[in-house]
Design a protein around this ligand. Structure first.
Ligand SMILES: [Zn+2]
Length: 313
């Protein structure tokens, strides 16, 4: 006997977003405090090297390789004390480690490329992009949480980077991820898209905003849509989520059902916000819009929300 909730074919929309291909077994509950040292003693260990929002990539004949061995990493002024154990892949342990050589000083065979370009341009495979997102988020969290938020003492990394311990007051601090709601407000005929001030030319996307303390996802979707566009929402349904390492968010994608039509855009947040008919959005997705308007690229969850709506006739 099957349970109705799970009757639909198992095809989670989150499987198709950028950074979703992470296959690392984190084992975050079973870690010793010397787990980074243990991993470094294992010759199969692979490192991702990161510096200032960029990932180091080795130039191969036809591809870019993000994986470094421990010995191979030495010339890049890596800071092992600040490295984190992401977990274990089929090939062995995986670490993310801050490196200290700036992009201009790297040898010609190594490039340091910002995370966004790595994923937008599909420079590495999906499993590596997922590992990069995990490592980027963890290194960014540690870099901005060096001191105990309770007593101000410098805290110490523990459990291979899965917590920080305060030696003065004993508080343990755990890496956080910030939930962001991203929502496509839509009827059968049209959807609501906005343009942020820093968007690429011609790009329109789903509205988004941080979920605040004490809010449900649905309440945040309704509040943000009302604040940014003056549109009140009825039903809100969850669609998919996406790890978003800028610096450590989780994008939570939803659809919202509008109760009014008249847009009152918050022009502090948005440059423009309007309704788009399905045919116009189809042209934007196909990069065939006569006014060169476009939707976000494939790796972005906004793209998948928009695509799912266009396809759901
Ligand atoms: Zn403390």
């Amino acid at each position: 006997m099957s349970f109705r909730l799970f009757d639909a074919p198992l095809r989670e929309p989150s499987q198709f977003v950028g950074f979703a291909g992470n296959t690392i077994d984190r084992q975050s509950e079973n870690r010793a405090d010397d787990s980074v040292d243990q991993a470094l003693a294992d010759p199969t260990t692979r490192l991702l090297l990161m510096n200032g929002g960029r990932l180091y990539l080795k130039l191969g004949n036809s591809s870019l390789d993000p994986w470094f061995g421990a010995a191979e990493s030495q010339p890049f002024k890596i800071s092992l004390a600040d490295g984190v154990l992401l977990g274990f892949s089929e090939q062995g342990p995986v670490l993310a480690v801050p490196a200290g050589v700036d992009a201009e000083q790297l040898p010609e065979t190594i490039k340091a490329i910002d995370y966004r370009s790595v994923y937008m341009q599909g420079l590495i495979d999906e499993a590596a992009a997922g590992a990069m997102a995990q490592g980027a988020a963890l290194l960014a969290w540690h870099a901005s949480h060096r001191f105990c938020s309770k007593c101000g003492t410098e805290s110490q990394m523990r459990a291979g980077g899965y917590k920080r311990h305060c030696p003065n007051c004993g508080t343990e601090h755990f890496p956080r991820t910030d939930p962001v709601a991203i929502m496509l407000t839509a009827t059968r005929e049209k959807c609501l898209l906005g343009r942020g001030r820093h968007f690429a030319p011609g790009m329109y996307s789903a509205l988004a905003g941080f979920i605040e303390p004490g809010e449900t996802i649905e309440a945040a979707v309704r509040r943000e849509t009302l604040e940014e566009a003056g549109i009140r929402l009825g039903r809100v349904v969850y669609h998919a989520s996406q790890p978003w390492p800028f610096p450590y968010s989780l994008m939570i994608g939803c659809f919202g059902e509008p109760l009014n039509e008249d847009i009152q855009a918050d022009l502090n947040e948005l440059e423009d916000c309007r309704w788009f008919a399905r045919d116009e959005v189809r042209l934007m997705l196909a990069r065939e819009h006569p006014g060169n308007l476009i939707t976000p690229p494939k790796g972005a969850i906004a793209h998948h929300l928009i695509r799912a709506w266009v396809d759901a006739e």
